[in-house]
Write a protein that binds this ligand. Structure first.
Ligand code: GDP
Ligand code: IMO
Ligand code: MG
Length: 435
């Protein structure tokens, strides 16, 4: 079986972790291909909650290989903590492998992320302050440290020196910080490399083997389309491409290896951090969504901004990713909200209407949703396991989304737990997973 990519179709936190966990059961391998520990993926299993930032969401399955591709930025401290945390809970991490070419988040990246945000003041992006942007910047500037560098002290020291040199001026306020001493850093990261050595591998070859043997490989995206550095709401974006094309680059496969692309979307919208959000709700309904959906960040604990579902953004995400299916999560959170509104177009600053996601920032930042209204439902839907179990208003809502976006719905989430899903009869490769 070929590759299947799972991508966020909004601003992240759509429930990618849960869907990946469901698919991992049938997959040979789950691969993270971009981002780093800015991600926070929550999985609820048998009443237990697991939160992953770096480790692929397939790790709970004892037969599934979990790979961290070359496109990911790895903080080795977070990596070792996450491995330890899983071990303490009795989860085997022996099937985890990290690409030798993945870039390493260093202490100066964390400081630069914080300093950059502080300098921007009110204009700050609201990053997770995990050093993601500065690490990707070093990668592009060819000043990055890769996982394989952690295994050779001499190379590591040279590379850290070269990476620090152009940053001296910016890092001056931290020059007395012992964590930035060249020798201390070299020794500390050499030790971390030593601890992670058995996990460092040629991950792309492992993926090729699985694909060549007709096994299912799930490419697990982090963040979401509208946080994409090229296609998102720049500069209020992350520093990687969370879109499907990046699954190829960040894992080392070709476009033909990916047969299906599933876009994960909530039944409403959320966003953490700054930036435009045309369907944002600054009222009681927004507060209600935040409480009912428990919309507080997995990584930073920040309250998420909430709003109505934005079909303009979703159609854009479908096009950019070439979505073949939609998974709509958190439909249960809309229970009791009546009427439900959905943004189908944007109104621009001069009253113009936009069917398509505006490319121009001046329009995008001032755009507000143009809505249609649908009747809501009052019934508890968390026990629904077939579409027929849903109230007709909920089914109509799903039908409207699928028709408007032009992509079939494969799965609907009606609660955080693993089994709180409805598999539709959509014709997908892994349709049998629903069984
Ligand atoms: P990710 O970053 O895309 O993996 O998503 P997060 O884990 O950051 O946020 C999604 C949150 O919603 C998690 O706490 C999940 O447990 C929860 N969740 C996922 N699907 C559903 C659903 O269908 N209903 C409800 N109520 N919660 C869900
Ligand atoms: P998952 O994988 C939601 C947001 C940050 C900020 C912007 C840039 O859980 O969906 P960064 O630290 O990446 O430089 O921050 O991107 N952001 C996320 N928002 N979910 C995520 O990941 C995110 N990862 C980054 O809040 O606005
Ligand atoms: Mg998340």
């Amino acid at each position: 079986m070929p590759g299947l990519a799972i991508v966020g179709a909004q601003w992240g936190d759509e429930g990618k972790g849960k869907i990946t966990d469901l698919l991992a059961e049938r997959a040979d391998a789950v691969v993270r291909f971009q981002g780093g520990n800015n991600a926070g993926h929550t999985i609820v299993r048998g009443g237990e909650e697991f939160k992953f930032h770096l480790i692929p969401s397939g790790i709970l399955h004892s037969d599934t290989l979990c790979l961290i591709g070359n496109g990911v930025v790895v903080d080795p401290k977070v990596m070792t903590e996450e491995i330890e945390g899983l071990r303490r809970r009795g989860i085997d991490t022996g099937r985890l492998r990290i690409s030798a070419n993945a870039h390493v988040i260093m202490p100066y990246h964390l400081l630069l992320d914080q300093a950059g945000e502080a300098k921007l003041g009110e204009l700050q992006i609201g990053t997770t302050r995990r050093g993601i942007g500065p690490c990707y910047a070093d990668k592009s500037a060819r000043l990055g440290i890769r996982m394989q560098d952690l295994l050779d002290e001499k190379i590591l020291k040279q590379k850290i020196y070269a990476a620090m040199e152009p940053k001296r001026l910016t890092l001056r306020p931290f020059e007395k910080d012992p964590a930035l001493d060249l020798q201390t850093m070299t020794e500390e990261y050499r030790t971390l490399g030593h601890r992670l050595e058995s996990y460092i591998a040629d991950t792309q070859r492992i993926i090729w083997d699985a694909l060549d043997n007709e096994r299912l490989v799930v490419f697990e995206g982090a963040q979401g389309a509208l946080l994409d550095i090229d296609h998102g709401t720049y500069p209020f974006v992350t520093s990687s491409n969370p879109t499907a094309g990046a699954a190829c680059v960040g894992a080392g496969v070709g476009p033909k290896d990916i047969e299906e692309v599933w876009g994960i979307t909530k039944a409403y919208s959320t966003r953490v951090g700054s930036g435009p959000f045309a369907s944002e709700l600054d009222d009681d309904v927004g507060d209600r969504l935040r409480v009912a959906g428990n919309e507080f960040g997995t990584t930073t604990g920040r309250a998420r901004r909430c709003g109505w579902l934005d079909l303009v953004g979703l159609r854009y995400a479908a096009r950019i990713n070439g979505l073949t299916a939609l998974a709509i999560t958190k439909l249960d959170v809309l229970t009791g909200i009546d009427p439900i509104r959905v943004a189908v177009r944007y109104s621009g600053p001069d009253g113009a209407s936009f069917d398509e996601f505006p490319y121009h920032q001046s329009i995008l930042h001032k755009a507000v949703g143009e809505y249609i209204e649908l009747p809501g439902w009052q019934e508890d839907i968390s026990g629904a396991r077939r579409l027929e179990d849903l109230p007709s208003a909920a089914r109509d809502y799903l039908d409207l989304i699928a028709a408007n976006v032009g992509v079939p719905v494969v799965l609907v989430g009606v609660g955080p737990a693993r089994d709180e899903v409805i598999w539709t009869q959509a014709d997908t490769l892994v349709h049998s997973i629903a069984a």
